[in-house]
Design a binder for this molecule. Structure first.
Ligand code: PCG
Length: 153
């Protein structure tokens, strides 16, 4: 699919504004703008479901999303954060295991720029900010699990 010139320059403008993408050249940003798919969501829509397999990386173009996580089966999901224009997410399933580690839902109307796994790997995945991002809640969970294992062995 060919991206129109005006769209392409709008995508470039957004991509340039993402702090984590500062290290990407104009050439790479342009390739990202070529391959991404613009997607639209309404209030309450799931962009990502925790536990599902995932192949896509998201950059928010308009609106806000809410990140929640179910710590244990049968427990209510816990609110983690709200993300907005210029924020990105969905990288966790694209490194190592392809399972989504949290749920992401639309708060009002949302537009995202979505990058597939292969393009992500080629163009974005190597960035330090992206490859090194971890989440406190997950670190805590890993720590608790490690402790539990230690005490049970
Ligand atoms: P992924 O692929 O696991 O899908 C859910 C996404 O939510 C995850 O990638 C992260 O990009 C994003 N996210 C934002 N905040 C958090 C958080 O605190 N913990 C986790 N696990 N994911 C988060």
């Amino acid at each position: 699919m060919r991206t129109g010139l005006i769209r392409h320059s709008q995508y470039m403008e957004l991509l340039r504004s993402v702090p984590s993408f500062k290290a990407l050249t104009e050439d790479v940003l342009s390739k990202v703008a070529d391959v991404l798919e613009e997607t639209h969501y309404s209030d309450g829509d799931y962009l990502i479901r925790q536990g599902a397999t995932g192949d896509t990386f998201f950059i928010i173009s308009e609106g806000q999303v809410k990140v929640t996580q179910q710590k244990l089966a049968n427990e209510e999901p816990v609110y983690l954060s709200t993300l907005s224009r210029g924020d990105w997410f969905g990288e966790q399933a694209l490194k190592g295991e392809d399972v989504r580690t949290a749920s992401v839902t639309a708060v009002g109307d949302v537009t995202c720029l979505v990058v597939d796994r292969e393009s992500f790997r080629q163009l974005i995945g190597g960035l330090d900010d992206v490859s090194n991002r971890t989440y406190e809640s997950d670190e805590l969970k890993a720590k608790l699990e490690a402790e539990a294992e230690f005490f049970s062995s």
